[in-house]
Design a protein around this ligand. Structure first.
Ligand code: SF4
Length: 410
């Protein structure tokens, strides 16, 4: 009998607690204004595409606009640079529906990226949307990777809320550059460093943390001191990724128009990490056991899984990887047959014309795809690198731009 009282109290409490709000019933759904249809129609085609496949995952972007003003922001390339306040293109509920019913989405398989091209997911007005989407996906018991890239100040409250998630594999990637020039990064890097430390501190947590050390630019943030500070910061994170700058035409034009020091004489399709800088980073991190060149490698590693982009075939990429991770990726490495590629492509109307040009241990090389999105779908479905014959990958260049590389034969 004495045991029944606490149980009865508990049941009473349960009956008094309001039901957990869903996306449709919660009051905190649209703290940012919802754009009218006319305003949405004025956006560029790419900006209107709220679900878009990018290399590290299927990206959801129904909130657009950011006040942080990083000069090299990818928003330049979507025609969204002048949008410095977040607005919503649809409700969170609609956005989640669009995501999970998208032709590229596979439950438990497709890596997802949240608000990674047009806003900052932890801006105070965007944060409720970030949590609404995460919680809705988690309620559906989806176990997909979800990548959340931030440089904002996080709060102890964020730890508690993220720890409520039970199913998703959430990774927080803290963008940190160490750049001190406020004309290039008005929002200081030390905030991301403090957020990384705070979010990594709990011994037990449901999410993982990555020091996303980027963009590394020669002459700007690559002194020995910069490298030493990043190395120390990396000790707080579950893993570190280093990478360079996307220096696209629209970003270069902005640098020129605003008389910012131009980091490179040319623009490039891929991220730029010159060879000597890469060498110095590896030297500075010689004692690290969790440094990665590729985002997907680090994200997979921190969850104890093989790389979902199948980089293992590009053997020189793995020379800095922990042995246990190498074994995981080696165990998952399966070279697909041409019929496997065609079978995966057959579910996509736009991939009907795909041709398999070559298959090796390293990658499948294809032609006939109109853009990169179906290629990323194939890559994640096969867990194997899929390259476009139009954009050849050079050995030992790690999928990076040619700028700054001379010493290694192509
Ligand atoms: S073993 Fe290679 S493919 Fe796997 S996580 Fe490491 S670097 Fe990436």
């Amino acid at each position: 009998m004495s045991n029944l009282l606490p149980l009865r109290s508990y049941l009473l409490l349960l009956s008094l607690s309001p039901p957990r709000p869903t996306l449709e019933t919660s009051d905190v759904i649209t703290p940012v204004p919802l754009l009218s249809k006319d305003r949405i129609d004025q956006l560029s085609d790419r900006a209107r595409e709220v679900v878009e496949y990018r290399k590290s995952g299927l990206s959801l972007n129904h909130i657009q606009g950011c006040s942080l003003g990083c000069a090299y922001c990818i928003r330049h390339t979507y025609g969204l640079w002048d949008k410095d306040q977040p607005v919503a293109l649809m409700s969170d509920a609609q956005a989640v529906e669009e995501l999970v019913h998208h032709q590229y989405f596979r439950p438990h398989v497709t890596p997802v990226q949240l608000f990674n091209r047009a806003t900052e997911p932890f801006l105070p007005r965007v944060r409720p949307h970030t949590f609404a989407v995460l919680e809705e996906l988690d309620e559906r018991e989806l176990t997909n990777h979800v990548l959340v890239i931030t440089r904002h100040q996080l709060k102890p409250y964020d730890i508690d809320r993220l720890n409520q998630l039970r199913h998703l594999k959430v990774t927080l990637l803290f963008t940190y550059s160490g750049i001190g020039d406020p004309k290039i990064e008005p929002y200081p890097s030390h905030v991301a460093a403090e957020s990384l430390k705070m979010m990594s501190a709990p011994a037990s947590r449901m999410y993982r943390t990555i020091l996303y050390w980027r963009p590394l630019v020669p002459g700007l943030n690559d002194t020995d001191q910069h490298l030493a500070v990043a190395r120390e910061l990396s000790t707080h994170a579950d893993a570190t990724v280093f990478t360079g700058l996307f220096y696209r035409d629209q970003i270069a034009a902005y640098y020129k128009a605003n008389r910012l020091p131009e980091p490179y004489p040319d623009t490039a399709r891929r991220k730029i990490v010159p060879e000597t800088l890469e060498r110095r980073v590896l030297d500075a991190f010689a004692s690290s056991t969790a440094l990665f060149r590729k985002t997907s490698c680090a994200v997979s590693y921190v969850h104890g899984l093989p790389d979902y982009n199948g980089h293992y075939g590009i053997r020189e990429l793995c020379d800095i990887c922990p042995l246990s991770q190498l074994e995981l990726c080696a165990g998952a490495h399966r070279v697909p047959r041409a019929e496997d590629v065609h079978r995966c492509a057959s579910v996509l109307p736009e991939a009907g014309g795909v041709n398999v040009v070559d298959i090796s241990d390293r990658a499948v090389v294809v032609s006939g795809l109109e853009n990169e999105q179906p290629r990323y779908f194939l890559q994640h479905a096969l867990g194997f690198q899929v390259h476009d014959v139009k954009h050849p990958h050079r050995a030992h260049r790690h999928g990076r731009a040619d700028i700054g590389w001379t010493g290694v034969p192509a």
